[in-house]
Design a protein around this ligand. Structure first.
Ligand code: ADP
Ligand code: MG
Length: 244
């Protein structure tokens, strides 16, 4: 008899925060292998906190985090990364005095994503491969941050506001690259985004967080059409009139 497919990543009743302060309040959410989940919500509701908790930077007050059925709640961040959790932090994180190519190769772990594959996804990085990290534009640094995480060949990418503050042309390039990873390559995604329309266009499932709680769950396509719910929970930001 076929077993129920095990989620790739699962949070069960997770409460966590900073010191004595609890931010996440009994959050339960699951991501199937190859699935994609948008984490939506206003500023300060706990989206980054959730990512940090999954990656192992914050202590759990209740609950547990599972990866392919294994309780990883007590593993330190580097062990979680080795298991296949690929974190792209909100602050771009590259080595400024290494070249683009060196930034990529220092992160490399065996697998489908090697230099050629990553350059195929981000042709701009190939053009810039000899440039130092600190010679890149903000958008190129963001691409390099994502590409570097891909070089670790993760099973899931956790992207924390990857499009924040970027010019529209770069947003388009990055969106296309993220779509390719998710649709063609089957990498699972957790995508934190302020711009609901973009995030919902890139994912299958969505949760809306409000003050550390999951306030709403829906299919991404269904939520995209549900302007009343979007407006109620996050203020209607469909991302059309981004102002930078
Ligand atoms: N290092 C920290 N120490 C204490 N509180 C923090 C820290 N980082 C974030 N917080 C608080 O946790 C809450 C959730 O923050 P965060 O997860 O960063 O929100 P989001 O990513 O949704 O904008 C906020 O109230 C914020 O002030
Ligand atoms: Mg955040």
């Amino acid at each position: 008899m076929a077993r129920m497919a095990e989620p790739l990543l699962e949070l069960r009743k997770v409460s966590a925060g900073y010191g004595e302060g609890i931010v996440l309040d009994h959050v339960s959410v699951a991501l199937p292998e190859g699935g994609s989940l948008a984490l939506l919500g206003r500023n300060g509701v706990g989206k980054t906190t959730l990512i940090l908790t999954v990656m192992g930077y914050l202590k759990l007050a209740t609950g547990a985090v599972f990866f392919r059925g294994r309780d990883i709640s007590r593993l330190p961040p580097h062990r979680r990364a080795r298991l296949g959790l690929g974190w792209v932090p909100q602050e771009r994180d590259i080595f400024p005095s290494l070249t683009v190519e060196e930034n990529l190769t220092v992160a490399a772990r065996r697998g489908r994503w090697d230099l050629a594959a990553v350059y195929g996804l981000f042709p701009r990085l190939k053009e810039r491969r000899g440039n130092m990290g600190n010679q890149l534009s903000g958008g190129e640094q963001q691409m390099l941050t994502i590409a570097r995480t891909l070089m670790t060949n993760p099973a899931v990418l956790l992207l924390d506001e990857p499009l924040e503050g970027l010019a529209p042309i770069i947003v388009e390039e990055l969106t296309a690259a993220i779509r390719k990873m998710a649709d063609d390559e089957g990498i699972a995604l957790v995508l934190v985004e302020q711009h609901a329309e973009v995030a919902l266009g890139l994912t299958d499932q969505a949760v809306v967080i409000e003050r550390g709680l999951i306030a709403h769950r829906a299919g991404s396509r269904e939520l995209l059409a549900d302007t009343a719910t979007l407006d109620r929970h996050i203020g209607l930001d469909l991302g059309g009139q981004r102002d930078h």
